[in-house]
Design a binder for this molecule. Sequence first.
Ligand code: ZN
Length: 171
Amino acid sequence: MALAQAAADEARAAGEVPVGAVLVLGDEVIAKGFNHPIGGHDPSAHAEMAALRAAAQKLENYRLPGCELYVTLEPCLMCAGAIMHARIARVVFGARDPKTGACGSVVDAFANPQLNHHTTVTGGVLEDECGAALRSFFADRRRAAREARAAAALKNESDTDASRSDNSQTS
Ligand code: ZN
């Protein structure tokens, strides 16, 4: 999970929502991935998808039986689907996602025995730490947005002042 957190830091450095994932087979790290839908112009570029793609390429197999996926945030429905298609043995996630979590928070894709028999899920591992990285990212983003609005308001004011003084000079 620490490696997944490091991958999440990479996402943050790229200005993306900080989510990271690591795929492990036994003791070996097969692949890592971080969330990058904005930079990748790709709605499917979640951390899990990036790690699954990299692992499948590396192992030259579209199925990844026996692999475990560690991810800092509860997977969404898209990623849960890809995890099932890849036959991942186990998913371990950090923070729960009350908006799009598909491992019990909003829906539980893995609870349906008709959909999947393969993947066991463990949630809430280093939940506080994984959640704190996300909360601080969004707090920073809100602060930046506030500052940008304040700067824009200030600029409008000074522009208005400038046009006023222009007017007074021309009249
Ligand atoms: Zn996802």
